[in-house]
Design a protein around this ligand. Structure first.
Ligand SMILES: Cc1cc2nc3c(=O)[nH]c(=O)nc-3n(C[C@H](O)[C@H](O)[C@H](O)COP(=O)(O)OP(=O)(O)OC[C@H]3O[C@@H](n4cnc5c(N)ncnc54)[C@H](O)[C@@H]3O)c2cc1C
Length: 414
């Protein structure tokens, strides 16, 4: 991969930088400033900020021009994330599913009519999306989805339960994976619906997380009448379409991560200068210096893994299983980084609130780091994919207690 920047990429960088300088919301831009605390506050703020970005064409910059994007190259996407992080601007948050998962999936499998209907309001932030894949008995084993969509001619009747559905309580639309045929192999009987969250019979119930926020939900569907026109692509092709969604979820959607983590590490170095151990600043303590240096090296490794993924996408035209290597690596790297942050900052780092070191940043980051090893496919599932599909090792038997079968297909099967 050629990492030098062309004149047009340099021009793109200047354009992004100038826009951010002019539009950065008040108070943002310094290490001392942290996100508004509650989830509700962040949602309200994000809707306003992201609509502003969208108005000037900075949302879905990777989308093709014909669908309202900028058709930005991967390098330009990286530049965009770099500039957002450099300015410590608020990151895109509320329509992550819409922009990164729903958009690309509808572009790949939707009819022209569906593309015209659904894509523009995603970019303008008028419609927020959620992803209704996981269920109580179908997370890793996604082919086991039990939510039924009964075909009633011109509509479906949907019954069942989803879980861990991020943003469902604030979403307008849902990517819903459901069972439409029970007579065939599990993964062959699934269909992919685009569902209006305001339809009668949909009940999202927020779940409180360890951080105190209620970001995800249980979602109950009871005799919910879903018009046939909400079917994406063809009946019973849901497994294949879901894999398109998942390959985007683990691949390009996370391009900006290592750039944001760079700011976290920078904040950690600052915290290390301000905290003392054995009478010296932590930043001068030999044991901590080793660990801080290792954290820096790990972030560089993450950067190179990301660049290798991009090279592969450029070569093959779509994200592939390499995304699992990146996801496995960064989710555990973040766990280590956040653990180190708590050991550097000591008891003050574990606190929350105005007086806490980093105003609760370290506590929150540590607690969230657990979720990152599960969301978008757990660690074990990524390891299975890497062993079977990247390294070509034989498919392993899943141990299960006598009388119960082990999990077969998986959310990781993308
Ligand atoms: C913060 C967060 C946000 C999320 N947002 C969404 C969302 O918006 N939409 C959505 O649909 N889902 C969402 N999820 C759900 C997520 O995709 C699932 O939690 C994940 O796929 C794991 O499924 P599960 O929770 O059912 O665990 P299970 O599949 O029950 O797994 C339990 C444990 O068993 C292990 N295991 C399972 N199968 C195997 C196997 N074959 N081999 C080895 N080990 C195995 C797993 O690694 C795990 O440790 C979110 C999760 C989190 C944490």
């Amino acid at each position: 991969m050629d990492l030098s920047q062309s004149p047009s990429e340099q021009g793109f960088r200047a354009e992004v930088r100038a826009w951010i300088e002019k539009n950065l919301p008040e108070g943002w831009g310094t290490p001392a400033f942290k996100d508004p605390r509650s989830f509700e506050e962040r949602v309200a703020f994000s809707k306003e900020w992201e609509a502003k970005l969208a108005k000037d064409g900075w949302v879905g910059i990777h989308w093709p021009k014909e669908y309202g994007g900028r058709g930005a190259s991967y390098m330009e996407q990286i530049i965009f994330h770099e500039e957002m992080a450099r300015a410590r601007a608020p990151q895109l948050f509320i329509n992550f599913v819409g922009t990164n998962l729903a958009g690309p999936t509808i572009m790949a499998h939707g009819t022209e009519e569906q593309k015209k209907r659904y894509l523009p309001p995603i970019l303008s932030m008028e419609e927020i999306w959620c992803q209704g894949f996981s269920e109580p008995n179908a997370g890793s084993d996604l082919a086991n989805v039990q939510t039924r969509a009964e075909d009633k001619g011109d509509h479906f009747v949907v019954n069942g339960q989803k879980i861990w559905t991020s943003f469902a309580h604030v979403a307008d639309w849902c990517l819903l994976l459901c069972r439409t045929d029970t007579s065939v192999a599990k993964h062959k009987g699934l269909s992919y619906l685009l569902v209006d969250m305001k339809l009668p019979g949909i009940d999202p119930r927020p779940l409180k997380q360890i951080t105190g926020d209620a970001e995800f939900n249980e979602v109950f569907f009871t005799d919910c009448v879903v018009p046939k026109e909400y079917l994406l692509g063809e009946m019973n092709m849901g497994w294949s379409y879901a894999n398109t969604t998942l390959s985007h979820e683990r691949g390009p959607a996370f391009l900006g991560h290592q750039i944001r983590f760079r700011n976290v590490l920078r904040d950690l170095f600052e915290a290390a200068k301000k905290t003392e151990r054995d009478g010296v600043p932590v930043s001068e303590h030999p044991a901590f210096r080793q660990k801080l240096a290792a954290a820096y090296a790990e972030l560089e490794i993450m950067r190179y893994i990301g660049l290798r993924n991009i090279t592969s996408i450029l070569k093959h035209g779509r994200p592939g299983t390499e995304g699992s290597v990146a996801k496995l690596y960064w989710s555990h790297m973040v766990r280590r980084m956040q653990e180190l942050a708590l050991s550097v900052t000591g008891p003050a780092g574990a606190l929350d609130g105005e007086d806490a070191m980093g105003r609760g940043q370290w506590q929150r980051g540590y607690l969230m780091s657990f979720a990152q090893t599960i969301a978008a496919g757990s660690t074990e599932i990524q390891k299975n994919i890497i062993s079977e599909r990247v390294l070509g090792m034989p498919r392993g038997e899943v141990w299960a207690p006598k009388g119960r079968s082990g999990a077969a297909g998986s959310k990781g099967s993308a």
